[in-house]
Design a protein around this ligand. Structure first.
Ligand code: NAG
Ligand code: NAG
Ligand code: NAG
Ligand code: NAG
Ligand code: NAG
Ligand code: NAG
Ligand code: NAG
Ligand code: NAG
Ligand code: NAG
Ligand code: NAG
Ligand code: NAG
Ligand code: NAG
Ligand code: ZN
Length: 832
């Protein structure tokens, strides 16, 4: 390793105004391989640090006289940096940090020659991060002995690898990695790959250096390592091509609650490997339940990390819905092994290329492995509800959009990008059908494995699969799909039937909420039109019958092959497979309402469409395009709606409307809601009986949760008196938070103290959160304030974090919203 020493002219790394105007690295160099050694110290709260060295093999694409890479908050002794080529030595003249761009710039003594390879060696050290980014520390304490154990683990996505070692921290700059970890023998060291060999540390007693097997070409954000003394659950094998073994690690206290997720992961990986027909390339996966985590989970190759509370589940204390949610997270992280890890977006602008598919395939995985949960339908319904509400303002942004700096990159990780990304991929799936869609997905993974892509690579794979299949109508995938990913918002398609001639005229315009102004340039989408007719209500056929494009200002006259009679409805967009709203002429609306209102035929209309029809007509009434009279006549069918999906959507939509009403309208609205919800409430078991009669069926549990919550919110019958009467322990875990909320909202000081005491006694994070949410339902700030103050003083971070739950719930209540907002402002400095 010995090479020429550098003569340092300017010793201090100065934070200069560098010449760069872009946050992207220059194109002159490409990292080929990293040889990384990290020595971790976990000797108590003041000694949480690491020392490291990295040797990066570089290929020169363009002659250059500097090496610009990423580093942040690392201490680097510049006298120890070396640079050599195969043919001779080179050296570093000068280094500087560009703080804003997070660049470390090394000026070389000699020019780096095109096509030549160089070895850059940088030693560095740093404190383990306390912010759950980069290489960070976490801790847990033993309930009996009260001894605190520290651990160190990485969170590199999206731009935090640079906090841990100097690197070319852009996703397309993949390289191979050899990782060697040093630590005290009492700990376990893990990385993406298994250990190949260990040796004693030459100087430090009881320390070892363990070398891990080489890791194939990987983006820096997926590299991972950890040093800990967590406990392992039983090793699991999996039905995968390389017999991948799974180990799950956590603090001993939560071992018992980890079985469900620890056992689910190998099944998920196996299912996805068969679906994508591409072998998972590693031999082992370690799952780490970390007490603190910046996100819910992270999909690092071979070392998947979870926030501990997302990895454990206790059926007696937590919601069934939350179990389902955690299972979805497992599906999501393992779908990433293909979408993100193998095939990576070149840059963060196309983040949706990994988050959309991982979200969508997680739903499909859950349906395959837990069929009685019907997860996909419920999640897609929720995602649609969120999407149609959120993407209806002129301030919304396209999912594929330019980002440059670290902060805007982090902001890309929004629910919106995940959900719209998923809905966009689902649109392709429904449009192309299983065969073509999966053929395309498989060839995309095959072709781009270990490499990086832009969204046009996905469109190209889809196009080839379309072209190769004669059963599917010709279509230009790229222009169609770009119109959905590169534009924000969504269209409203209006359908006017000419009942005399049987022709149908359709047009599109962007849907915006009242008062929102349309931007200068009119938006336009490529919209697949699929009609269903009443006589033959086939909601399974989702391929396009016509296209509505941007010609003729988005207008078209059509003749439907099915020739619907004037007495039967037509309906667009079966299963809401494309993300647009629809308006019809009044006669067609009435025909639809008639079918909904008929017990025998309501089931003819797909459940996702039933939810969407109500959502659409309420939105249209709000816009004054249809009358509220028509909208409310549609809601008359609800008493015989058996499914949670339409209920959930309409109650959500109505709740939002209710929030906007003037004070004098409130009692009327309240009465309307009581009438609407009462039959639903009555159809569920009495709250006090839920402990014994409780269903374990997802559908029923979700529907009753909705019924109790809304009934207590709008004061239906005995919901509140029941909640006040009940001992919380006598209520099933699925409904306990509703009881807390109702009893706190209406209850007196005594109720508040009881729940507060339960909060102080509780240890389970999910229980703490639901109690905190309940306490936030109080209408009396005199009670609330001491509790908020206590939370801020609390050093236990799980409790401290509950401040957010409390204020989130309190801000929704008129009586205390203002005082709560003031409390937040007064304490803004102490809040993270
Ligand atoms: C580093 O080299 C690249 C490529 O030759 C060049 O574009 C860039 O301006 C240089 N940066 C500095 C700080 O010298
Ligand atoms: C590096 O420094 C040497 C001497 O200080 C100088 O001659 C040379 O031009 C410098 N090289 C670069 C690339 O700046
Ligand atoms: C930077 O490192 C120092 C000590 O090395 C540490 O105290 C500080 O918290 C770190 N800051 C960030 C943002 O990680
Ligand atoms: C933690 O992150 C916040 C913002 O996310 C930042 O203001 C703070 O300086 C960071 N603290 C440390 C110790 O890194
Ligand atoms: C455990 O430690 C905390 C502070 O670290 C202290 O407040 C508490 O009393 C201790 N409990 C026991 C049982 O020693
Ligand atoms: C982890 O290490 C700490 C410090 O060495 C020790 O006190 C603790 O008992 C260990 N915990 C486990 C679960 O082994
Ligand atoms: C990585 O480590 C392996 C030994 O585990 C070694 O054979 C290989 O040469 C190393 N790769 C590089 C590029 O140094
Ligand atoms: C996986 O296990 C099966 C049965 O135990 C064995 O036949 C097969 O060779 C193994 N495959 C690999 C790649 O190790
Ligand atoms: C559709 O038909 C109407 C009347 O039949 C006509 O006025 C209109 O121009 C037609 N639109 C298009 C796009 O052909
Ligand atoms: C729906 O059906 C009920 C009877 O089942 C009837 O009273 C009501 O008027 C109908 N509503 C509409 C809008 O047709
Ligand atoms: C909390 O714990 C105390 C002491 O262990 C106990 O007396 C009290 O009943 C508990 N309160 C609740 C609400 O669980
Ligand atoms: C709020 O609680 C305090 C303390 O119990 C009580 O004195 C006060 O009357 C309550 N205020 C209202 C409006 O109920
Ligand atoms: Zn993800």
């Amino acid at each position: 390793m010995a090479t020429a020493q550098i003569s340092i002219l300017l010793f201090m790394a100065v934070g200069v105004l560098s010449i760069y105007d872009s946050f992207r690295l220059p194109h002159a160099l490409r990292p080929v391989h990293y040889e990384l050694r990290i020595l971790t110290h976990l000797n108590g709260p003041d000694q949480l640090r690491f020392e490291g060295q990295v040797q990066i093999d570089l290929r020169v694409l363009e002659q250059t006289s500097n090496i610009t890479l990423h580093a942040k908050n690392l201490t680097i002794d510049q006298t120890q940096i070396t640079l050599k080529s195969r043919t001779g030595n080179n050296c570093i003249n000068r280094t500087e940090f560009d703080e804003e761009k997070e660049f470390f710039i090394l000026q070389t003594c000699e020019w780096l020659q095109h096509d030549e390879q160089y070895e850059l060696f940088i030693p560095f050290e740093g404190a383990l991060n306390g912010n759950e980014s980069g290489y960070y520390w976490s801790s847990f304490s033993d309930a009996q002995t009260n001894v605190t154990s520290y651990l160190a683990v990485t969170q590199f996505s999206p731009t935090f690898a640079r906090f841990a070692f100097p690197c070319f921290d852009e996703p397309h700059l993949k390289a191979t990695f050899n990782i060697t970890l040093g630590y005290h023998k009492n700990y376990i060291g893990q990385s993406n790959t298994p250990i190949s060999k260990c040796e004693e540390h030459a100087k430090l007693d009881n320390y070892v250096w363990c070398q891990h097997e080489p890791l194939f070409r990987t983006s820096t954000y997926l590299v991972a390592y950890a040093v800990h003394n967590l406990t392992s659950a039983d090793i699991q094998s999996s039905d995968t091509d390389y017999n991948v073994t799974f180990a799950s690690w956590m603090q001993p206290e939560v071992l018992e609650d980890s079985h469900f997720l620890a056992n689910l992961a190998p099944r998920v990986l196996s299912y996805l490997e068969k679906l994508f027909k591409f072998s998972f390339p590693l031999r082992k996966v370690d799952q780490l339940a970390v007490p603190t985590h910046k996100f819910s989970a992270m999909e690092n190759w071979g070392l998947v990390t979870y926030k501990q509370s997302k990895f454990t589940h206790n059926d007696n204390e937590e919601l069934l819905e939350s179990k389902q949610h955690k299972a979805t997270t497992v599906g999501h992280e393992y779908a990433h092994q293909w979408f993100g890890n193998l095939v990576t977006m070149s840059w963060w602008n196309d983040l949706w290329l990994k988050e959309g598919p991982s979200t969508y395939f997680a739903y499909l995985t859950l349906d395959a492995l837990m069929p009685d949960w019907s997860s996909a339908e419920c999640y897609i319904a929720d995602d649609l509800g969120m999407f149609f509400r959120q993407d209806a303002t002129s301030t919304s942004i396209a999912i594929s959009r330019d980002v440059d700096d670290a902060a805007s990159t982090l902001k890309q990780f929004s629910e919106y990008v995940y959900k719209k990304g998923s809905l966009t991929l689902r649109m392709l799936h429904k449009l192309l059908g299983d065969d073509v869609f999966f053929a395309a997905i498989r060839s995309y993974v095959q072709r781009h494995a270990y490499s990086s892509v832009t969204q046009s690579d996905l469109w190209q794979a889809m196009q080839q699969a379309v072209d190769a299949n004669s059963s599917i109508a010709q279509l230009g995938v790229a222009p169609v799909m770009d119109s959905w990913t590169k534009q924000a918002g969504y269209p409203l398609v209006s359908v006017m039937r000419d009942y005399a001639t049987g022709s149908v005229s359709v047009n599109q315009m962007r849907f915006l909420l009242p008062g929102d102004v349309q931007a200068e340039s009119a938006n336009c989408w490529w919209i697949p039109l699929t009609f269903v007719v009443q006589r033959e209500p086939n909601f399974a056929a989702t391929q396009a019958q016509f296209w509505l494009d941007c010609r003729n200002s988005g207008n078209r006259n059509l003749t439907l092959l099915a020739k619907p009679s004037t007495r039967e409805w037509i309906m667009l967009n079966p299963q809401v497979s494309t993300i647009y709203r629809v308006n019809y002429d009044a006669h067609n609306w009435r025909l639809i309402i008639e079918t909904l209102n008929s017990t025998a035929h309501v089931g003819d209309i797909h459940v996702l469409n039933r939810a969407q029809l109500m959502d659409d007509i309420m939105a249209l009434a709000w816009l004054n395009v249809q009358s509220y009279e028509l909208a409310f006549s549609m809601l008359e069918y609800l008493p015989h709606e058996p499914h949670v999906v339409p209920w959930k959507r309409i109650l959500d939509v109505l709740g939002k409307h209710g929030d906007l009403l003037r004070d004098e309208q409130t009692p009327l609205f309240r009465r309307f809601m009581q009438q609407l919800v009462a039959p639903l409430y009555k159809s569920c078991p009495a709250l006090g009986a839920t402990r014994t009669t409780s269903s374990t069926k997802m559908q029923e549990v979700s529907l009753c949760r909705l019924a109790y919550a809304q009934a207590c919110r709008y004061g239906v019958e005995n919901c509140i008196s029941e909640a006040l009467r009940l001992d919380r322990e006598s209520v099933d875990a699925n409904y306990r938070d509703i009881v807390y909320c109702a009893s706190i909202e209406r209850g007196d000081e005594q109720q508040f103290r009881l729940v507060r005491q339960a909060f102080q006694n509780a240890t389970n994070e999910a229980v703490l959160e639901s109690l905190a949410t309940g306490l936030g339902c109080s209408r009396n700030f005199t009670l609330l304030q001491p509790f908020l103050d206590y939370l801020l003083r609390e050093t236990d971070m799980t409790r401290n974090n509950c401040y957010m739950q409390v204020v989130a719930s309190a801000l929704q209540r008129k009586q205390v919203a203002q005082q709560t907002a003031n409390h937040i402002l007064q304490h803004a400095a102490t809040l993270k």
